[in-house]
Design a protein around this ligand. Structure first.
Ligand SMILES: *Cc1c(COP(=O)(O)O)cnc(C)c1O
Length: 383
């Protein structure tokens, strides 16, 4: 078995993603699920199931503990009676990336890591920069030139060294990898170290707790690298091993924009891996991942849960963003708006029933996306 006593990256034998394992049978005997509600509501509420041993090394900005918001007015418009949104917009740096970055940076600090490296095309770079600043660690962020200005700026002001990359996110990932290797620095790309997914999985713990240890019928999630999607599934497996929930699972639905939908295409073609997407484009820039390191696990989760994957257009997601703002006052990010736009599609194709318990994920604050906001404002003006 791979050691938990040193900093890990990927599996040395197969080069694929590694996952943290806990002594859940022991935890089952010793821990009471109802005691957790009394702890502060950050991801560290679940510290026994997070990969940091020394609590003094925890790097936190108060991430997690986000609300599950019932959206009856939106539900009425979409003709769904039990619709809620897990709203991640209140996280530090305005996105759910901070959950996983908190665990990754904490674990790196615990093992004495000196310098971090991260490629980013969206929210991850700014989050790593913020937590690195909090930990007093230098960080190098590799940003493709097409990335939104906000994501470059947020990293820059947190004292990160920002390296502009002429090219795509794939080029940025390659340059970050080479730079880290050449200098002996630790890099944290999606699913290429086992700690980020651990922070992300706490969304699953929170949902289970909020629903009195029952899971919803369906989860709709905007998938890029898949840490959240795969992390939710991991959380449900752990919760069952703990005896805190039964064996019933939600169906897991992945949503992607039509301009970058490698997972949707793989589901349609029934393949175990996803081919890289050529010329990715969408306003939901957090989903501009043309090839996911954990594609096979995203696809496995969809299959195992009896779920599906669906693509929606930028036009549809902007309409959904406006609709959610108008009916519920919630300022979704474009990625979160994809999940709203997916609901009618999944009902049409018979995947969702109108009276099921459905949870959508809003993964970031819409306030970080001024371009989408401009387009939505124009839509409102002309409607
Ligand atoms: C990164 C990101 C996603 C995709 O997250 P994964 O869990 O890596 O698939 C979705 N929405 C936003 C806003 C993001 O920043």
């Amino acid at each position: 078995m791979t050691s938990a006593e040193r900093l890990q990256t990927v599996c040395e034998a197969c080069g694929k993603a590694l996952y943290a394992r806990y002594d859940l049978p022991l935890a089952r005997k010793e821990l009471d699920r109802d005691a957790f509600a009394k702890r502060p509501s950050t991801i560290w509420r679940w510290r026994e199931f997070l990969p940091v041993r020394d609590v003094a090394k925890v790097v936190t900005l108060g991430e997690g503990g986000t609300p599950l918001i019932s959206v009856p007015r939106l539900g009425k418009t979409l003709k769904c009676s039990r619709l809620s949104i897990k709203d991640e917009s209140g996280n530090p740096m305005g996105s759910f990336k901070s959950r996983g970055v908190s665990t990754s940076v904490s674990r790196a600090l615990e093992f004495g890591t000196k310098v971090l490296v991260i490629p980013t095309a969206g929210n991850i770079g700014g989050a790593v920069a913020a937590y690195a600043a909090r930990a007093g660690m230098p960080v190098h962020v590799f940003v493709p030139n097409g990335a939104p200005e906000i994501n470059r700026l947020e990293a820059h002001v947190s004292n990160a060294e920002v390296h502009p990359v002429e090219g795509t996110s794939v080029d940025a990932a390659r340059m970050a990898r080479e730079y880290a290797a050449a200098n002996g620095y630790y890099q944290l790309p999606t699913l290429q170290e086992p700690y980020r997914v651990e922070g992300k999985k706490t969304m699953g713990y929170e949902i289970a707790q909020d629903l009195q240890w029952e899971l919803p019928d369906a989860i709709i999630y905007p998938v890029a690298g898949g840490t959240g999607f795969v992390g939710l599934w991991k959380a449900f497996e752990e919760l069952e091993a703990l005896g805190w929930i039964g064996s019933r699972r939600p169906r897991m639905y992945a949503v992607q924009p039509t301009g970058c939908a490698p997972i949707v295409r793989a589901v349609e073609q029934g393949t175990a891996y996803a081919k890289p997407w050529a010329n990715p484009h969408t306003i939901a820039n957090g989903l501009l991942v043309s090839e996911a390191f954990g594609d096979y696990q995203i696809l496995e989760t969809i299959r195992a849960s009896n779920g599906h994957a669906v693509a929606v257009t930028d036009e549809q997601l902007l309409q959904a963003l406006l609709l959610t703002r108008r009916t519920e006052g919630l300022m979704l990010c474009p990625e979160g708006a994809l999940t709203v736009a997916a609901v009618p599609e999944l009902i049409k194709t018979g995947h969702l029933n109108r009276d099921e318990t459905i949870i959508l994920f809003n993964t970031a604050s819409g306030l970080k996306y001024i371009e989408a906001l401009r387009l939505v404002a124009k839509m409102r003006a002309s409607s």
